[in-house]
Design a protein around this ligand. Structure first.
Ligand code: ATP
Ligand code: MG
Length: 253
């Protein structure tokens, strides 16, 4: 079982949309996949067609109470969801006084090792304990950035946290699988220039695939299906399939 996390402390950069599409694309390739909603906003739960308000058990319960990881099938064949709701906000808080508080998600996910080939974790827009838990559980991390955040400076806090997780010994093997650009607007020269600068700055870390701004993502989200499933022939879906090729290559390194 390979575990990948999608994280970035900045809000609204496409983490959830990317998690849903990456998880769905891997599942559609015939692998058993669990998508974990680790954000109390429950956006991934919503994006996969469920109402977070109706969710009673989350990854937080598996982390803190030793209950089994809650999973439910989605409309995407081969893809299960571990859903989230507001209740997950308590987990962050309850973890604080615990010894080894960074390792609870890793331990909870051990229980499903035999059930899935891949786990894809969607993180909240913060570098709090839930995100740290995701980074400790994961073998590889993928980071979406918008053109506005296209700089090493914009990624500084995240890169520093990754180093802390690695060097602090929490997860020495954590691989920064790649950084990819979302909400790209290919039409403007300025966008291309900043993207070029990022590539100069961060080199190989920047993935070749870019996700452009497409209304199809909004429609898909409203339909509770990743675009890769809702509109498989769209450019939006093609872009995510290309990204997933790269994710799989890089995560398997
Ligand atoms: N490539 C895209 N083109 C157009 N809209 C997009 C694209 N990617 C995501 N969106 C939309 O933008 C909004 C934010 O995206 P998303 O929820 O994936 O970001 P996020 O990083 O997970 O946000 P948060 O930090 O709040 O968790 C959503 O409404 C989503 O449908
Ligand atoms: Mg999100």
């Amino acid at each position: 079982m390979r575990i990948i996390a999608i994280a970035q402390q900045k809000g609204g950069v496409g983490k959830t949309t990317s998690t849903a599409n990456i998880a769905a694309a891997i599942a559609l390739r015939g692998q058993r996949v669990l998508a974990v909603d680790a954000d109390p906003q429950g956006s991934l739960t919503l994006a996969l067609g469920f109402d977070p308000n109706e969710v009673e058990v989350t990854i937080g319960d598996a982390m803190l109470s030793g209950l089994p990881v809650p999973t439910q099938p989605t409309q995407v064949p081969g893809l299960d969801l571990c859903p989230a709701s507001r209740l997950l906000a308590d987990t962050e808080f309850l973890l604080v006084p615990k010894t080894g508080r960074e390792r609870f998600m890793a331990r909870a996910l051990e229980e499903v090792r035999g059930d899935y080939d891949w786990v894809v974790i969607d993180s909240p827009p913060s570098l709090g304990l839930i995100t740290i838990n995701a980074l400790v559980a994961a073998q590889a991390l993928f980071v979406p950035v918008t053109p506005a955040l296209l700089s090493a400076a914009g990624l500084r806090d995240l890169l520093q946290t990754i180093e802390e997780v690695r060097l602090g010994g929490l997860n020495p093997k954590l691989l920064l699988g790649g950084i990819f650009v979302t909400f790209a607007d290919q039409r403007t020269i300025a966008a291309k220039r900043t993207e070029g600068e990022l590539r100069e700055d961060l080199g190989e870390l920047v993935m070749n695939s870019t996700i452009s701004r497409r209304i199809a993502h909004e429609y898909a989200a409203q339909a509770g299906l990743p675009v890769i499933m809702a509109e498989p022939n769209s450019t939006a879906a093609q872009e995510y399939r290309a990204l997933v090729e790269e994710v799989l290559q890089r995560a398997n390194k």
